[in-house]
Design a protein around this ligand. Structure first.
Ligand code: NAD
Ligand code: IPM
Ligand code: MN
Length: 351
């Protein structure tokens, strides 16, 4: 069972390595048989030799690996993020990871936000008319095929039903962006008719954002086209207590391949200081373990990460004075004690 580990740029290079000792510990303790390769994709390699995603790597990932754990991409030396699009969007589309689950872990419980991850305004269809060093016309097309919307909505509704959810909300902007809006509404209504356990509602994305901030407990499952899902996940992160807390999993149900990455970016404003919160990445690792079928290890890691946020090891974004490495050392120490049967688990422990 091999996984690819891509720290990437900025704080990605701090938070991802910090989480790996916990993986090794769990691997040994549970005999998981996971091996990982750390790959150097990111700004440094791009600037050194122009490589974003190395040639043929998607095939290698498909055949030799089960999943990717990714930190973040983004570097001030590459202001147009060309490398990030090649690597990140290249992985998402090249591996057809069309479902992106970005749970909002809130005080009342979790809202299951699902973001379509391959098309819409991210379809990379577009162009620009340029001249005299400036852009005079610019096009970024929002492209959705019925097949993509159908498979996405069907998968999400199935997962929400399995998770015991009763409500699902489609987020759209069919008043101003009518063609893709209508496609999403048609598919949502048709697919919902096959899932009587779920009650559907539809909201314009602007009003949805307003309602989410005012009372997120009104929502259980949320389905969003690509860009809306991106933006909503950052709003959700703010409601959770910060971007350092927001986890995410992208997957292709047909192949079983998955990519785990925090919602946040490379945070250049705090990169290099050793204070980035590794919580979201550690939670991604827990989701990865769960995805590979290692539920017990996943739950143990999740519990220890949660408990550590309530200690002095918490990082400054959570009001603490802890460090990235210090936080994960504390998680690893707690894991070790739990595995030995020391220090009982608290009764109430959820994100
Ligand atoms: P960002 O998510 O990197 O940072 C936004 C704010 O959140 C910053 O103040 C940052 O300090 C804070 N923050 C983020 N993660 C944190 C953590 N783990 N702990 C504590 N604080 C944290 O967004 P940005 O500044 O707009 O983007 C920076 C770069 O990252 C850009 O190049 C952008 O394109 C890229 N980006 C990449 C990804 C990704 O790789 N998945 C996601 C978003 C942005
Ligand atoms: C995210 C990021 C990416 C996205 C960027 C960096 C391309 O914001 O994963 O949330 O828009 O999907
Ligand atoms: Mn984003």
């Amino acid at each position: 069972m091999r996984i690819a580990v891509v720290p990437g740029d900025g704080i990605g290079k701090e938070i991802v390595p910090a989480t790996l000792p916990a993986l090794t510990l769990l691997d040994d303790a549970f005999g998981l048989g996971i091996t990982y390769d750390v790959l150097d994709w990111g700004a440094d390699r791009w600037l050194a030799d122009g490589t974003g995603l190395p040639d043929g790597v998607l095939d290698r990932l498909r055949t030799e690996y089960r999943a990717v754990l990714l930190g973040a991409l983004g570097d001030p030396r590459i202001p147009d993020m060309a490398h990030g699009r090649e690597i990140l969007l290249g992985l998402r589309t090249g591996l057809d990871l069309y479902v992106n689950h970005r749970p909002l872990d809130l005080a009342h419980g979790t809202v299951d936000l699902y973001r379509e991850n391959t098309q819409g305004l991210y379809s990379q269809v577009g162009g620009a008319v340029t001249g005299r060093g400036r852009v005079s016309v610019a096009l970024d097309e929002c492209v959705y095929t019925r097949d993509t919307v159908e498979r996405f909505v069907r998968t999400c509704l199935r997962r929400l039903r399995t998770a015991g959810r009763r409500k699902v909300t489609l987020v759209h902007k069919a008043n101003a962006v009518p063609h893709t809006g209508r496609l999403w509404q048609e598919v949502f209504r048709a697919e919902l008719a096959h899932v009587p356990e779920l009650t559907g509602s539809e909201e314009y994305v602007d009003a949805f954002c307003y309602h989410l901030v005012r009372d997120a407990s009104a929502y259980e499952g949320v389905l969003a086209p690509n860009l809306f899902g991106d933006i909503i996940s950052d709003i959700g992160a703010a409601l959770m207590g910060g971007l350092g807390l927001a986890r995410s999993a992208s997957f292709c149900p047909e192949s079983g391949f998955a990519l785990f990455e925090p919602v946040h970016g490379s945070a250049p404003d705090i990169a290099g200081r050793g204070i980035a919160n590794p919580y979201a990445t550690a939670m991604c690792l827990s989701m990865l373990l769960d995805h590979l079928g290692h539920t017990e290890a996943a739950v143990l890691l999740r519990d220890c990460v949660l408990e550590t946020t309530h200690t002095d090891a918490a990082t400054p974004d959570l009001g603490g004075a802890g460090t990235t490495d210090g936080f994960m050392s504390e998680v690893t120490a707690l894991l070790t004690e739990r595995l030995k049967g020391e220090r009982p688990r608290p009764k109430e422990n959820r994100p």
